[in-house]
Design a protein around this ligand. Structure first.
Ligand SMILES: [Zn+2]
Length: 489
């Protein structure tokens, strides 16, 4: 999409807001009298309420621009996230009506902080415009130009608009990485995409191949990759935006590019969705690219262990024992609990960099999908300051997170019988908490750490997020991770 800030721009359609409290309608002053009276008449007949996101579209005689009116419920000021949600309703209708240029009066937007509103609207529209068509012979021929109509064009508004576009492009990159099929988005390809994402920025991307990963004593990652014809990769992203003396913040993301479960093979129904098992890694790559493009004043590093989980002849067998980089041995009692195995080595390596904190993201457990569905990303930490930091970042950018409990009882469940640790708790209770407890064994004590389980939120979120595709990767947590970097002092 193309965005502009301009006082006079001709567009095919103008966008307006309306609401109704009690019997009183409110329309933004720029809406056409014809549209206003028509909506009033239509609603008066049934004494209907105005729903949030309901859309009326009027095709006016040639010469006049068409009118799109979107309902905001009872009116009043909206939050930034409500604005993002509205863009989804608006974009879908404009697309259906084949409108290719639209304008929106900034004065009419029901939010006081106009710079924040511009950023939220730009983010929302750009995210709404995402389509996955890479493998289609004839991609849809549709693009929208949007002008924010304002006389108060200034540097602050322009910066907000540019920032909104960059953030949304980071989300869309993460979606694209997730939507690509496993036969294309292999660990090797994911590493290539991480490199591409750094182009034109100050970010450095280093990629380790299988031989280097083995040399680095990442036997837990090697074990998972052994079942596949595809080699693993260990992706390192480094961005320096602050003084060298400042400790880096650190992200770790699970880059499991296809997960059939390995020898503990999954049922075939829905297995095609296991291409999404790299969405945690995808979120980390998208967030790092965004942090670098925004030139945030922070040092940030990221690690994405990338592998397939397949049942080839050299695959991990149930009962096998592997040793992670920090020397801890792990008995593999279910080869489908592989995400934690590849993350173990990455968390050890991340700890050695002595970062200010580590935040990891992984589509880790089905238990998380049962617990929180696709509304909230569940996160685990024992550090109350990090809990507050996470909650604030998510709140600032409009994503939903929920802290889950992590206790010594969960840690006990992951003690191994034949090795130091088991990768699967002996019972099915609190499966996402025991997974978090397992990961904690690989984070050096004293480093604040948060684990985000995005198994529920990383894909198919269109039923609750109007700006996300109905089916496919959602780009969850990219905005929160970028916000974490922005908020970091
Ligand atoms: Zn698995």
């Amino acid at each position: 999409m193309d965005f502009q800030l301009n006082s006079k721009t001709q567009a095919q359609c103008s966008i307006h807001f309306f609401s109704k409290k009690g019997n009183k309608f409110h329309f933004c002053s720029c809406a056409s009298p014809m549209a206003k009276s028509d909506i009033q008449k239509a609603k008066a007949k049934t004494d209907d309420k105005v729903s949030f996101g309901e859309v009326f579209f009027y095709r006016l005689p040639s010469g006049d621009s068409h009118q799109l009116l979107v309902g905001t419920g009872e009116g009043g000021n909206l939050s930034a996230e409500q604005l993002r949600q509205l863009t989804g309703f608006i974009y879908k209708r404009l697309q259906a009506e084949k409108v290719t240029s639209a304008s929106l009066s900034l004065a009419a937007v029901p939010m006081k902080d106009k710079a924040h509103a511009v950023q939220a609207l730009t983010e929302g529209f750009e995210m709404s415009a995402y389509r996955f068509e890479t493998f289609k012979a004839k991609p849809m021929d549709y693009d929208l130009k949007l002008n924010f109509n304002t006389n108060a064009t200034n540097a602050k508004l322009k910066k907000s608009m540019e920032e909104g576009k960059i953030v949304a492009e980071g989300v869309n990159l993460t979606r694209w990485l997730g939507d690509c099929p496993g036969n294309f988005m292999t660990p090797t390809q994911l590493a290539e995409e991480a490199k591409k994402s750094a182009k034109g920025t100050k970010m450095k991307v280093t990629v380790w191949d299988k031989a280097r990963i083995a040399k680095e004593k990442m036997d837990s990652l090697i074990g998972v990759s052994n079942g596949s014809a595809e080699e693993p990769r260990f992706i390192i992203m480094e961005y320096k935006g602050a003084a060298a003396s400042k400790k880096p913040i650190c992200f770790v993301g699970k880059g499991l590019t296809f997960d059939c479960g390995g020898i503990s093979i999954k049922p075939s129904a829905g297995m095609e969705e296991m291409k999404f098992d790299m969405c945690g890694g995808g979120a980390v790559i998208g967030a790092m690219a965004t942090i670098a493009r925004l030139k945030l004043k922070v040092n940030a590093i990221a690690f994405v262990p990338a592998s397939e989980n397949m049942p080839g002849p050299a695959a991990n067998k149930p009962g096998d024992i592997r040793k992670a980089r920090n020397g801890k041995s792990i008995e593999i009692n279910n080869t489908d609990a592989e995400g934690r195995l590849i993350l173990a080595d990455a968390l050890c390596y991340a700890s050695e960099k002595k970062p200010a904190w580590i935040v990891d993201a992984a589509t880790l457990t089905g238990a998380m999908v049962i617990a929180l569905g696709n509304t909230h990303t569940g996160f685990y930490t024992r550090d109350n300051k990090m809990r507050d930091t996470m909650n604030k970042a998510a709140d600032d950018c409009g994503e939903w997170v929920w802290q889950m409990p992590l206790t010594d009882y969960h840690t006990k469940d992951m003690v191994g019988f034949y090795a130091d640790l088991t990768n699967l708790a002996p019972n099915r209770q609190a499966g996402s908490a025991t997974a978090a407890a397992f990961l904690e064994s690989f984070v050096e004590k004293g480093i604040p750490w948060v684990h985000c389980d995005v198994a529920g939120t990383a894909w198919h979120a269109g039923n609750r997020l109007e700006y996300a595709p109905k089916k496919g990767a959602s780009g969850a947590m990219v905005r929160t991770f970028v916000q974490l970097a922005k908020n970091h002092k």
